[in-house]
Write a protein that binds this ligand. Structure first.
Ligand code: NAD
Length: 489
């Protein structure tokens, strides 16, 4: 694909910024070239967005009609599923089966917010005075800046665009540098579904230039961000200066816990999937594993066997579990973390190297890796690696387990394996994280809120209330029997 247009204020046009490329991480070939957005493109997109959301035709469009657009988008996604899967996998190397799951989830997200949009309304608070009625209504915020990372773009994009549009806003999406293609394709589908021009723009480009200009624009009224904690903190400062809201879905270092009464086969499958799916490039990757000492040996043997059986290869092949990492620079950072773990006393149980298969040499592959012999204080237990690296630590009692599991700046998710649900529930209650999975891991539901504690984020996406995160409340007082206002009587 040469010179892919970008989508600015309802128009497909060449970006006016620097040239950029999307490369397939599986063999590094160039999939598409395009010019990134420029600062002028940001300005044009924001001006068009401001005009479009204020247009009375959009402001007074019934929620039923807005829902119809989202429903149409979900149908188009279903119809063009394989093309979207292909673009997602070419952009970021995600194995085909996982990419398909994400595309299906994007269609489900559009359907869910169509339904929420149809049924959501304002409130009629109880009257405090017999002749005064009060109404509480919800209105859109205006222009929303949506900024997303490269690891699951179609899902992250839709989790922002669908509720923001359902709520009546305009959205300007800045996808990650590495993954512009699937986001541009989504814009095509929204256009085809009849979304009025200007309500969605997609501006590929560098975060520090295009993302920064976008969030600082005075007409942008909310920042909805998914990405790294440092970037999120920077954006929160900008939002504080502008007195606008943010929704921040950030990094993680999630603990998974195998108690002494767990079904060890079930747990081994869950732990293996929880860390190594998406090659560990997932915010919720279960990267710190705590195992009860009495079952440690039996469990680690099962987990080792499963991990050694994972198929590494071209992610476009259906049966591949482990594809490439996003870039060679990112693989270098994963390799550096593994070296640091060894320097701190870690022992490699599985993996730890670049695969030697000649067919994989032009991609950014790395073996799924299990490290033993460290404590939770090790750098690899405290910092997000965002790669296929699992550290396993035995524990002796639940007090030290809870202390170590919570001893992290992050608080995104946790997994617990046990056959005793009372014990699981009590443990879940003590963990400082936004999501706990019990006897499963990394399953999602669009109707269940998702977000982080501590440095893993601020606000929640998904669920009924997430529509309101893109709205502001307005109270209206209505005199039923108008009288002069009483004053000093
Ligand atoms: P990143 O923070 O480097 O980039 C994310 C997005 O922000 C990109 O589009 C980037 O261009 C943009 N950006 C970067 N600097 C910016 C700036 N100064 N101003 C405006 N925009 C800027 O993160 P990444 O490397 O793309 O993604 C990986 C991170 O995302 C990991 O930390 C991961 O845990 C996190 N993540 C979190 C969730 C979640 O739901 N909590 C989901 C997926 C990924």
């Amino acid at each position: 694909m040469k010179n892919r247009d970008i989508f600015v204020g309802g128009k497909w046009q060449q970006g006016r910024g620097q040239q950029m490329q999307s490369r397939f991480p599986g063999d590094n070939h160039v999939v598409a070239t395009l010019n990134s957005a420029s600062l002028e493109d940001v300005e044009d997109a924001v001006i068009a967005a401001e005009k479009a959301w204020r247009d009375p035709k959009w402001r007074h469009m019934s929620s039923h009609q807005r829902a119809a657009i989202l429903l149409k988008v979900s149908t188009l996604i279903d119809e063009q599923r394989e093309e979207l899967v292909r673009l997602q996998t070419l952009d970021n190397g995600k194995p085909w089966a996982e990419a398909r799951g994400l595309v299906m989830s994007a269609a489900a997200t559009a359907r869910y917010f169509a339904a929420v949009c149809e049924v959501s309304g304002g409130e009629l608070p109880p009257r405090r005075q017999p002749d005064i009625m009060t109404l509480s209504t919800y209105q859109p915020l205006g222009v929303i800046a949506a900024i997303t990372p490269w690891n699951s773009p179609i899902a992250s994009d839709m989790q922002k665009i669908a509720p923001a549009i359902a709520a009546g806003n305009a959205v300007i999406l800045k996808p990650a540098e590495a993954t512009p293609l699937v986001s541009l394709k989504l814009a095509e589908l929204f256009e085809q579904a009849g979304l009025p021009a200007g309500l969605l723009s997609v501006l590929p480009g560098k975060g520090s230039i295009i993302g920064d200009a976008l969030v600082r624009h005075p007409l942008v009224r909310k920042i909805s961000f998914t990405g790294g904690t440092n970037t999120g903190r920077q954006l929160a400062h900008i939002a504080a200066d502008k007195l606008i809201g943010t929704s921040l879905e950030l990094g993680g270092k999630s603990p998974t816990i195998v108690l002494d009464d767990a079904d060890l086969d079930l747990a081994a499958h869950g732990v293996c999937y929880g860390i190594f799916s998406s090659m560990g490039q997932a915010c919720i990757a279960g990267s710190r594993l705590f195992v009860a000492r009495s079952v440690y040996q039996a469990f680690i043997e099962k987990l080792t066997k499963l991990t050694q059986g994972l198929i590494i290869g071209d992610p476009r092949q259906e049966r591949v579990h482990i594809g490439p990492l996003i870039s060679s620079a990112h693989r270098d950072s994963v390799i550096a973390y593994v070296s640091q773990a060894i320097a701190e006393g870690g022992k490699i149980r599985v993996g730890g190297k670049v695969p030697t298969d000649p067919a994989l040499q032009s991609g950014h592959y790395f073996e799924p890796t299990i490290i033993e012999g460290l404590t939770n204080q090790a750098h690899v237990c405290q910092e997000e690696i965002f790669g296929p690296v699992l550290v396993v630590i035995p524990f002796d009692d639940e007090t030290s387990l809870i202390h170590d599991a919570n001893d992290s700046i992050y608080g995104l998710a946790a997994g617990i394996w046990t056959q005793d649900y009372t014990r699981a529930f009590k443990l879940a209650d003590t963990l400082d994280v936004g999501t706990v999975w019990i006897n499963t891991y990394k399953v999602f539901s669009i109707s269940t809120p998702f977000g982080g504690f501590k440095d893993s984020g601020l606000g929640r996406e998904k669920g009924l209330e997430s529509l309101k995160a893109y709205m502001q409340q307005k109270s209206i007082f209505l005199a039923l029997n108008p009288q002069p206002n009483r004053w000093c009587e």
